[in-house]
Design a protein around this ligand. Structure first.
Ligand code: MN
Length: 234
């Protein structure tokens, strides 16, 4: 006879990934992290692509890749080219499939600042060999996130500065109004492929200026009206 654990699971269940919400004691539980590729024209160009030709495309990170702002994280294994991508992140509060762009913002609970940490060398190799991006994008600690601010408090930011600095030196300095596909279209596109559910996060892409970060360096970043984020690599 084996004893049945109290939880009903044969091993302890994994911890629910979540983010703090400004002004709330409760936390926002995270289900999936959808990420948009190449959504600022200048960044698409710096990565060698024509920004005018492509509909948005997505990849995912696991929810447990989240680390809170203010964390110290180890330089990850297998890479010699860890890079930062500062991004506006939408938190979905109401699910749906085939969401029309005109109604899409009603599905957003709030926003936070995130960094799409990338093992660029592994991503580049995957692109070249036609392999999935997961090893380049979805590794441990690859989704640093700040606290969520509620849309009921800040509205739906469509313009404003989005920036990132390494050891105080400005590296990325863009504006949300440069998004090729703005938030309503991103939600509409994503929900045509997979049903969005409460708890989903959408990382909306990064402006130009991505680059490497080394062990011992500190990253700071922010989006006007949404918040700021800090990360130390050791
Ligand atoms: Mn990105």
């Amino acid at each position: 006879m084996t004893s049945q654990p109290e939880s009903g699971f044969v091993i302890p269940p994994p911890e629910q990934a979540s983010l703090p919400v400004e002004g709330e004691t409760g936390r926002f539980p995270v289900r999936r992290i959808y990420c948009v590729g190449r959504n600022y024209a200048a960044h698409a160009r710096e990565m060698g692509h024509d920004p005018d030709r492509e509909p948005p495309f997505f990849f995912l990170k696991p929810a447990d890749a989240i680390v809170p702002s203010g964390s110290r994280v180890p330089y990850p294994p297998l890479t010699r080219d860890l890079q930062y991508e500062i991004e506006l992140v939408a938190a979905i509060g109401k699910g749906g499939a085939d969401i029309p762009a005109a109604q899409a913002l009603d599905h957003v609970y709030g926003y936070c600042v995130g960094i799409d940490m990338t093992r660029r060398d592994l991503q580049g190799e995957a692109k070249k060999l036609g392999r999935p991006w997961d090893w380049g994008k979805g590794f441990d600690n690859s989704a640093p996130m700040g606290a969520i601010r509620k849309a009921s408090d800040i509205g739906h930011p469509a313009e404003g500065r989005i920036w990132l600095a390494v050891d105080g030196e400005m590296k990325q300095d863009g504006n949300l109004n440069e998004l090729i596909w703005p938030m309503p279209e991103i939600i509409a596109f994503a929900s045509r492929s997979m049903r969005l559910e409460p708890g989903d996060l959408i990382m909306t892409g990064t402006p130009a200026g991505v680059g490497p970060v080394k062990a011992g360096q500190n990253i700071t970043g922010g989006v006007d009206d949404v918040g700021e984020i800090k990360l130390a690599i050791f």
